[in-house]
Design a protein around this ligand. Structure first.
Ligand SMILES: NC(=O)c1ccc[n+]([C@@H]2O[C@H](COP(=O)([O-])OP(=O)(O)OC[C@H]3O[C@@H](n4cnc5c(N)ncnc54)[C@H](O)[C@@H]3O)[C@@H](O)[C@H]2O)c1
Length: 418
């Protein structure tokens, strides 16, 4: 088996952590039990480019139980958990190519390793496999039935490819499932981004002016938690509807140019570029902390930050201290990469349970239906989404009401009045 991990001796520690995460993933466990019996992915070669965390480990173990031959690489150079990668190789026989802190060249060489077996299915988080295949490995396209995509940014890239008529195989947009973005993006990113900031800095959130760029699913998850911890939360937005919502949810809303002067902690979660730009960095207070939890490390203009600085030093793990020419210090966390994965452990297993149930069932659906699909981006079928919600509620021991025949009739009729 081919692999490239940091240290295979970390495998036993990784196995314990993978098993710990599995306890909180009851829906994926049920899917694994069924996959073990039915082998719906028998003989399917899968290239997976995902954050190599304990939750992802449980997904790849499930895919393997379903009969797939899985190759895994990281979807971000800083998000790999080295013990998890080692355990996947040693204890679960999954070809893994990922090392935390790998440089760009190694990142892409790992990505190419995951493609070496000519995959039938690609599973992406940020569309790096799809874009590599469409630009440099077009020879693989004929053998690919379809793919799945995990995150908002990846889905945006793939829809752009579909609109330009260049997408060469169908994709299931896992992020579009309600059981994904309503929970993973909101509760997962909400909790784990704060976890990342705290583990990197150990600053007190209470009393801080906490600036959140982007009030989408991720941004609102962070906002409510920062507020709950006593921060004075400011939201910046470009969408009037989201800005209005943030305002009525009780946050101050203003431009980044205004917020830059008063913020203590900044986090970007937009999927956009240079949201914190040179003009904002120049006016920040001494001691400002900046980080990103959007998919790519382009939301903060790090080149501008370097140019504005006279010195840069490591203040502590995942914290770089930039001393600007104006004498002020600005602290960049996790090299501007996803802070929740760089400095913490990513999303808690309980939300990834639903995201990865969508991934596993999305792959199964692609094997069944892929040949009939066009080269487009498809949402997860509604019945799969609802079934995941039903299974999750069951696992949580929560019961809900069912419509009575009278209610069903009432809700379907238009004749009933006052
Ligand atoms: N950290 C993680 O683990 C994690 C998890 C899920 C998603 N993501 C990523 O987080 C990002 C946001 O995802 P989402 O699901 O919240 O997306 P979303 O589309 O729901 O929200 C993004 C918001 O950012 C706003 N925005 C865009 N440009 C802006 C700008 N210049 N200034 C201020 N606001 C701006 C948009 O109007 C939108 O409301 C994406 O890159 C996504 O891939 C990260």
């Amino acid at each position: 088996m081919k692999y490239h991990v940091k240290d295979i001796k970390l495998a036993d520690k990784g196995k314990k952590r993978i098993e710990w995460a599995e306890r909180e993933m009851p829906v994926l466990r049920l899917i694994k039990e069924r996959f073990t019996k039915q082998k719906p992915l028998k003989g399917v070669r899968m290239a997976c480019c995902l954050h190599v965390t304990t939750e992802t480990a449980n997904l790849t173990i499930t895919l393997k139980a379903g009969g797939a031959d899985v190759r895994l690489c990281a979807s971000n150079p800083l998000s790999t958990q080295d013990d998890t990668a080692a355990a996947l190789v040693k204890h679960y026989g999954i070809s893994t190519f990922a090392i935390k802190g790998e440089d760009n060249k190694t990142y892409y060489s790992h990505l190419n390793k995951s493609l070496e077996d000519s995959p039938n299915i690609t599973m992406d988080d940020g569309a790096d496999l799809v874009s590599t295949i469409h630009s440099k490995r077009k020879d693989l396209i004929d053998g690919i039935i379809g793919g799945t995509e995990e995150t908002t940014t990846g889905v945006i890239r793939l829809r752009a490819m579909e609109n330009d008529g260049v997408l060469a195989y169908p994709i299931i947009a896992v992020n579009d499932a309600l059981t994904k973005h309503l929970f993973d993006n909101r509760y997962g990113t909400g909790q784990s981004s704060l976890d990342g900031i705290l583990r990197a800095t150990n600053v007190l959130i209470a009393g801080k002016v906490f600036v959140i760029a982007g009030y989408g699913w991720c941004g609102r998850g962070v906002a409510v938690r920062a507020k709950g911890m006593g921060a004075d939360v400011i939201v910046t937005e470009i969408d009037p509807m989201k800005a209005l919502e943030a305002s009525m949810d009780g946050y101050r809303v203003m431009t980044m140019a205004q917020a830059a002067r008063i913020g203590d902690i900044f986090i970007t979660l937009t999927g956009d570029v240079n949201v914190i730009d040179e003009k904002h960095l120049k006016v920040m207070k001494d001691g400002a902390i900046i980080c990103n939890s959007g998919h790519f490390n382009c939301e903060i203009n790090i080149d501008a930050l370097r140019k504005l600085s006279k010195t840069v030093k490591i203040a502590r793990d995942f914290v770089e201290e930039f001393t600007l020419r104006n004498g002020r210090k600005v602290y960049l966390l996790g090299e501007g990469r996803l802070i929740n994965l760089a400095a913490a452990e990513g999303h808690p297993a309980s939300v990834m349970d639903m995201s990865f149930a969508n991934q596993a069932l999305g792959a199964e659906y692609m094997i069944k239906m892929g040949k009939e699909l066009e080269n487009k981006v498809y949402s997860v079928p509604e019945d799969i989404d609802k079934e995941i919600a039903r299974l999750k509620l069951k696992a949580m021991g929560v019961q809900i009401d069912v419509l009575t025949p009278e209610q069903k009739k009432y809700l379907a009729s238009w004749q009933e009045g006052t």
